[in-house]
Design a binder for this molecule. Structure first.
Ligand code: FAD
Length: 456
């Protein structure tokens, strides 16, 4: 008996229900990854994520080789490639993880139909990419929660399965051909500060975080310069870490920091259950607010300044430059820069979401598109009309200006709070800085937003 395990966003050996199910019997197992032509064509396969992915696949292959197997790589249409491997190996069944995007849901259906056509079964496993499966908790009268707090109240006590050990042995049938493992993208296209990928790396980070970091999370997670968050998001995105295992281990560590951290992991599940129920929310407003976003040359110029980190608002610019340099951004920076584009510049959130997806190593359809909508006030935010003020945010989250000085070298020598308001410096001091004037007047832009939303 032969089973195929199709790896998608679950590139690990530990706590992996599909692999575990396939390895349970005495049979042979084909661990398969398909470099999916449709994903490549969608523009989703960008250099930062391709590079992280290459690390993950190399590490997965190494882990499988330690256990007597190896990773089989194919490229092309995912359904055709899986069917081809099933035919070549005369496999009886295919195991894979469930996932939430419109594309992933359609892929699952197409694969199920194709396999059934020649009498093979597809087993789809929940709780691989989420802690609580989408749809497992619902409010009365709806198929998903549209507000986080009541979701979290039901999510927390929801029973969780046991954490599964990695299989000891993976026995591959003879003679299964594989393409070479994909390589990293050209270094000149990759963010210079990109973190390395792979399960071994993810597990080392998780262990260090739970030992040394999570205790301070409640107090420090919003301190931009302190960098007091886990940075596990790319590992959760590629599935080199299991969210179920992470929640188990964080709960075991205990304390207010771990509780606050688990709550953030619930946000991840929250957005996934929204997207599973409303797949169109990846591209259209979850809640329509009648926005007539700015367009034309001025809006384009402002958007380009925003992407380049040259808006003249130091905290926004610092965040945008961190994104470009690391392929990752602190959550506070993501929120502020998103609010700034969508509400202050009043540019369509999709433009900004696309830019984040072009660079973020953790760029994720559910988390990115729905967090963007949260920040733009078209999503699940319960205060959709609030506008984040970059100066107030600077006072709270970068009080010493250390984050700005780190990411905006033009301002590194500016002392005190002027680092957040360089336009207040005296003429000669100001003129000596190669740093732009603010591209927008905050009071005017706030009035524009409020008018546009019919608030005044
Ligand atoms: P930690 O603070 O250590 O949190 C632990 C984990 O909880 C994260 O790794 C993540 O999986 C989850 N999490 C934390 N905050 C959120 C949240 N607001 N929503 C959903 N899950 C959360 N996250 C992505 O993984 N991919 C994205 O593409 C993405 N785009 C975003 C776009 C915008 C506009 C905003 C405001 C947020 C976005 N986030 C995204 C959510 C969040 O900013 C990142 O998950 C977080 O900054 C990652 O850093 P960390 O792992 O150190 O987080």
């Amino acid at each position: 008996n032969v089973s195929v395990v199709l790896f998608t966003a679950d590139l690990r050996l530990h706590d992996h229900p599909p692999l575990r199910a396939a390895c349970e019997g005495p049979g042979l197992v084909v661990p398969l990854f398909v470099r999916d032509r449709a994903v490549d064509a969608s523009g989703f396969a960008v250099p930062n994520r391709l590079t992280f992915l290459a690390d993950c696949l190399r590490d997965l292959d190494a882990g499988l080789r330690d256990r007597g197997g190896s990773l089989v790589v194919r490229s092309g249409g995912v359904v055709e490639q899986v069917c081809r491997v099933v035919e070549e190996t005369d496999a009886d069944e295919v195991h894979m993880a469930s996932d939430v995007s419109a594309y992933a849901q359609a892929r699952e259906q197409r694969l199920r139909r194709a396999l059934e056509a020649f009498g093979r079964r597809l087993h789809v496993h929940d709780t691989v990419t989420t802690v609580v499966p989408p749809g497992a908790v619902t409010p009365a009268g709806s198929d998903h929660f549209a507000v986080f707090t009541p979701y979290f109240r039901q999510w927390s006590p929801h029973p969780s399965r046991d954490v599964l050990a990695a299989p000891r042995a993976v026995r591959l049938p003879d003679g299964v051909g594989s393409e070479p493992l994909p390589s990293r993208a050209d270094a000149s296209d990759v963010s210079p500060g990109l973190a390395p990928g792979g399960e071994a790396e993810g597990r080392a980070r998780m262990t260090a975080w739970l030992r040394e970091g999570v205790g301070g999370y409640e107090d420090q997670h919003d301190d931009l310069a302190g960098d007091g968050t886990s940075r596990l998001s790319p590992h959760l995105h590629f599935g080199t870490l299991s969210p179920v295992e992470l929640v188990h281990r964080a709960r075991k560590a205990g304390g207010p920091g771990a509780e606050a951290f688990v709550r953030q992991l619930a946000w991840r599940d929250f957005h996934r259950q929204v997207l599973a129920a409303r797949p169109q929310a990846s591209a259209a407003d979850y809640r329509t607010r009648g926005d007539q976003w700015r367009s034309g040359p001025d809006a384009h110029r402002d958007t380009e300044a925003w992407k380049a980190g040259r808006t003249g608002f130091p905290l926004v610019d610092a965040a945008m430059r961190q994104l470009r340099h690391e392929g990752w951004m602190h959550n506070r920076g993501r929120l502020l820069a998103a609010s700034f584009l969508a509400k202050t510049l009043y540019v369509d959130w999709r433009v900004g979401a696309r830019h984040y997806l072009d660079l973020l190593v953790d760029g994720d359809v559910a988390n990115n598109q729905l967090n963007w909508q949260w920040a733009a006030g078209t999503g699940t935010d319960t205060r959709p009309q609030r506008v984040l003020n970059p100066l107030a945010q600077a006072r709270r989250y970068d009080p010493d200006g250390a984050y700005v000085r780190r990411w905006v070298p033009e301002l590194a020598a500016v002392r005190g709070h002027a680092v957040h308001e360089p336009w207040r410096l005296s003429g000669p001091e100001r003129a000596a800085l190669d740093y732009p004037e603010p591209i927008v007047d905050l009071a005017e832009s706030l009035a524009r937003f409020r008018r546009a939303r019919g608030l005044e």
